[in-house]
Design a protein around this ligand. Structure first.
Ligand SMILES: [Fe+2]
Length: 380
């Protein structure tokens, strides 16, 4: 496209290489801390070729293991749930403690008289918590999360996500017909904000956007439009977050932690945008949002206001194609999905090419592609 060939967005070979490099060598987002409230609770997460378990132990500690029985390699746990007192493989009932030690092997005395159970504990992975998020790494000897994130803390926004509450009605889960990089590139593209989203993100001053990279991680900040900022309480559809101090400017902090976790920390919400590659041309995107805790009446009042604002919304096009046209939805995410899917379709055309990229507002895309190439080359 710019630095990356077209095959990077379409071929199975590229997809596999990315899984074995980018998604295994970088820390991966696994969920929010509230996903594991009680001892025994677990979630599973894919990190490149590795399936991992994150589990809260009886001592309240989070631990991460590879989700693979040491006997014949069968997957131990599915999606999420409660492990009980032990993790038992469905195949031959080999059991592991919540600390990952092999504790029971059926018919051990007769079938495995020489088995050294100590050497067959679950393979360990790393887990850590940052800003109310759970992060995992498949390699126990990889650099610690804090080191991987070094310097990014200063660009992540003044929000205290742990002081906010999850707003489940705002969560989204989409399967998108586009390569994951088109979605990541769209996320860090500052040029389209004033154009594709001219009617949906017009509360921000896009010309004042500040972008950069800290290591491989993208950083982005733009302030609210003056008029919106002055009348924030009336204009904002959700209750404005009020735990910022005066020296912390309100606006949109929208970093992307390499390669696939976007954060959007704004005047009234804090969200994660998790980009999960499924196939060269298929990607799942899950968003979860935290907002200021409010009493019911205040919340309902705010919701009513946002609906009435939408009724006067004027779309990108004068006429939509059908009643569910994403370009008439008034939803910036629907607009983004639409353009990413259209771009993926165009990749099939033999005439496809990128004619030029914006010097400032699309620099991030060139940088992102360079980082991908560097990391993949470094892994051979
Ligand atoms: Fe967008």
């Amino acid at each position: 496209m710019i630095h990356l060939p077209k095959a990077a967005y379409t071929s199975e070979e590229w997809f596999k290489q990315e899984q074995a490099t980018l998604f295994e060598k970088n820390w991966q987002f696994a969920g929010l801390v509230e996903d594991l409230p009680e001892p025994g609770d677990f979630i599973t997460v894919q990190a490149g070729r590795y399936s991992l378990i994150v589990l809260k132990g009886p001592d309240g500690q989070l631990r991460a293991f590879h989700n693979m029985c040491r006997h014949r390699g069968t997957q131990l746990l599915r999606t999420c749930g409660k492990a009980g007192k032990a993790i038992t493989c469905p195949y031959h009932d080999w059991s592991y403690s919540l600390e990952g030690d092999l504790i029971a092997v059926p018919q051990q005395k007769t079938e495995f008289p020489d088995l050294d159970k100590k050497s067959l504990g679950l393979h360990k992975a790393q887990v850590d918590i940052w800003l109310g998020m759970i992060w995992v790494h498949p390699m126990p000897d990889a650099e610690p999360l804090k080191q991987w994130l070094q310097g990014v803390d200063n660009y992540i926004g003044p929000h205290r996500p742990e002081a906010l509450v999850e707003y489940p009605e705002a969560a989204t889960d989409h399967e998108i017909h586009a390569n994951w990089k088109l979605i990541a590139e769209n996320y860090i593209d500052g040029y389209h904000l004033a154009h594709l989203h001219s009617a949906t993100l017009n509360m921000y001053d896009h010309q004042k956007q500040k972008t950069g990279f800290i290591g491989p991680h993208f950083t982005f900040y733009e302030p609210l439009q003056d008029d919106y900022a002055k009348n924030l309480k009336d204009k904002s559809p959700l209750p404005p977050i009020d735990h910022f101090t005066d020296d912390q400017p309100v606006g949109a902090y929208v970093p992307m932690l390499f390669p696939n976790l976007g954060i959007a920390a704004t005047e009234d919400s804090w969200s994660v945008f998790h980009v999960i590659p499924l196939a060269p041309n298929r990607t799942r995107v899950i968003t979860r949002t935290r907002i200021k805790a409010v009493s019911d009446w205040a919340y309902l009042w705010q919701t009513g206001k946002s609906y009435s604002q939408q009724s006067t919304w004027s779309g990108k096009y004068k006429e939509g194609i059908g009643s569910d046209d994403p370009m008439m939805s008034g939803d910036f995410m629907a607009e983004d999905i639409y353009v990413c899917e259209q771009q993926q379709k165009s990749l099939e055309s033999p005439l496809f090419s990128v004619g030029a990229t914006a010097r400032h507002q699309e620099k991030s895309i060139r940088d992102f592609q360079n980082i991908i190439l560097q990391q993949m080359n470094a892994s051979g």
